[in-house]
Design a protein around this ligand. Structure first.
Ligand SMILES: *Cc1c(COP(=O)(O)O)cnc(C)c1O
Length: 414
């Protein structure tokens, strides 16, 4: 397969897909937008945007409370979205899907719940390539409970050292937390093996899937994962909504995260009993339009097909990697053979921020900095990288524009 035919060979037509995303026709700084910051947030197709307008225009009402028709319509739409999410990820039960405000919220819910279950001397294992949102809650949890935090180290190419992980696991291990895909490096971690090994010691596993769910087909039951979190906004859905998946037995074990409306069965001043799942974890009025739009985003991704997406994105990744490495002095961080479309790089002697600023002047949006993963930056002894991250609506031509912009930045800065 040659790269020349990249834009046309696939089962889907990238130009047709691009037409679904209004923002992709924007002009930025006088140039057509090249949006390569998909790992921070994805763009949204029109049907997702329209579903939010439709909700507020036609059936805005609070859910699960009213007997009136609008409330029923809103409740039905919200619960249908939950079922779509359940089926997409093959969860056994729809009440194992808890709506959250996003990945960070989901992680904090689990961390908070475990603060009641852990004791001094228990151990939590995290990986060396976690997002800050996956480190800080565990540090807080350890401070609160006297549990000890252990870290799975990583190798130079940006993969977890599984033999070291095996050494860290013990009868004291109660929880293992690993991201499915690293947002700074793109590495796809071997989570099935990580989960299996943890279960042999009786430990539960939470996977941060924020960077995985827009690229990979994921089956919660097949993985046998205990908890899995992700955000809609990285999957063509809106900001401010996400899910915490938990196996029913675990969600029943954890105490509720917040008190409030919706999460109770009965309330007296002596004692409150909690509502059944999922409402136990959904106190207060949720992001109703967001949940509904998340369901629409999942339908959209499935209409394109995650298998097609993966295949197409892999070719974009290979093409961009090859082209970037032709630039003298350029180094890529994260060179695992199992990667999503994240390319983190630096050019010798040039600050990543300066590259990001110049390419932006040419209409190209990339991320620069530590990407909320300072431990990874410390590992490579750098302050940050330039990160380009692609989605299935990006094209080979955009990569060419990006490469030219990087070359221009290099020329201006060296
Ligand atoms: C984006 C991201 C998060 C945080 O997601 P929010 O939607 O900001 O809560 C956590 N982990 C990883 C790997 C991410 O990429």
């Amino acid at each position: 397969m040659t790269f020349n035919t990249l834009d046309t060979i696939m089962a889907f037509d990238v130009q047709k897909i691009r037409a679904d995303f209004p923002i992709l026709s924007r002009i930025v700084n006088g140039y057509p937008l090249v949006y390569f910051d998909n790992a921070a947030t994805s763009q949204k197709p029109k049907i997702v945007i329209d579903s939010i307008v439709d909700y507020y225009s036609n059936y805005n009402a609070n859910i699960h409370r009213g007997v009136h028709s609008l409330s029923q319509e809103a409740t039905d739409a919200y619960e249908i979205a939950r079922q779509k999410i359940q089926h997409h990820f093959n969860a056994e039960k729809s009440h194992e899907i808890i709506f959250t405000s996003g990945t960070t919220h989901g992680i904090n819910m689990v961390a908070s719940g475990f603060s009641k279950l852990l004791k001094v001397g228990d151990e939590i294992i995290v990986s060396a390539m976690e997002h800050h949102s996956n480190i800080v809650p565990w540090q807080m949890l350890c401070e609160k409970t006297g549990a000890v935090l252990k870290v799975i180290p990583m190798s130079e190419e940006g993969t977890l050292v599984i033999s070291e992980y095996e050494e860290l696991l013990s009868e004291n291990t109660k929880l293992v937390f690993v991201n499915h895909v690293s947002n700074a490096l793109g590495t796809i971690n071997p989570i099935k093996a990580i989960i299996e090994k943890a279960h042999k010691k009786g430990a539960a596993v939470l996977i941060d899937g924020a960077q995985a769910t827009s690229h990979l087909m994921i089956d919660f039951q097949e993985l046998d994962v205990d908890f899995y979190v992700t955000s809609a906004h990285k999957m063509c859905g809106p900001t401010g909504v996400g899910i915490l998946y938990g196996k029913e037995v675990w969600l029943n074990k954890l105490p509720p995260y917040q008190g409030g409306g919706e999460m109770i069965k009965t309330v007296t001043f002596e004692k409150t009993t909690y509502a059944d799942l999922p409402h136990k974890f959904e106190a207060g009025t949720p992001n109703i339009s967001g949940g509904i739009a998340f369901g629409v985003a999942i339908d959209y991704l499935n209409s394109v097909g995650l298998i097609n997406i993966q295949e197409y994105e892999n070719m974009l990744l290979k093409y961009a990697t090859k082209k970037l490495l032709e630039i003298e002095g350029l180094k890529i961080y994260g060179t695992s053979s199992e990667k999503t479309t994240v390319i983190s790089f630096n050019i010798k002697g040039i600050h990543p921020y300066d590259i990001g600023t110049i390419v932006d002047k040419l209409g190209v949006a990339v991320r620069t900095g530590h990407h909320c993963t300072q431990p990874i930056m410390d590992f490579y002894k750098i302050s940050g990288t330039v990160r380009a991250s692609f989605a299935f609506y990006n094209t080979k031509i955009e990569i060419d524009i990006f490469i030219e912009a990087v070359k221009k930045a290099k020329m201006m800065l060296s």
